[in-house]
Design a protein around this ligand. Structure first.
Ligand SMILES: [Zn+2]
Length: 99
């Protein structure tokens, strides 16, 4: 029995997979976060728009705090895989983020 829809059921190639970091909490410690802190400066990583991997939203009030670049995401992933799932938020400093 042939299924004419077989070829259409293949997953689309080159689709960006959801970052494993989405939902992870990080603590921002950039100069701007010291000058203009938002709540506790704890952010949740949410899905971002290209070319960014994710967006940083304040964990307490949901305000947009910055973008997560691919290099920053890789850095966080490296830490998470090297040391295991962090029990305390990873601290993100100036050198890691792009505003
Ligand atoms: Zn806030």
């Amino acid at each position: 029995m042939t299924n004419l829809f077989d070829t259409q059921l293949q997953p689309a190639p080159q689709q960006t997979p959801a970052s494993p970091l989405i939902g992870l909490k990080v603590r921002l410690d950039r100069p701007v976060d010291r000058e203009h802190p938002c709540c506790r400066n704890i952010c949740v990583i949410a899905a971002g728009e290209a070319p960014y991997v994710g967006t940083l939203l304040c964990a307490d009030c949901g305000q947009h705090r910055g973008w997560l670049s691919r290099s920053t995401a890789q850095w966080i992933e490296h830490i998470a895989t090297h040391f295991g799932a962090p029990t305390t938020p990873i601290v993100v400093r100036k050198t890691h983020t792009y505003e």
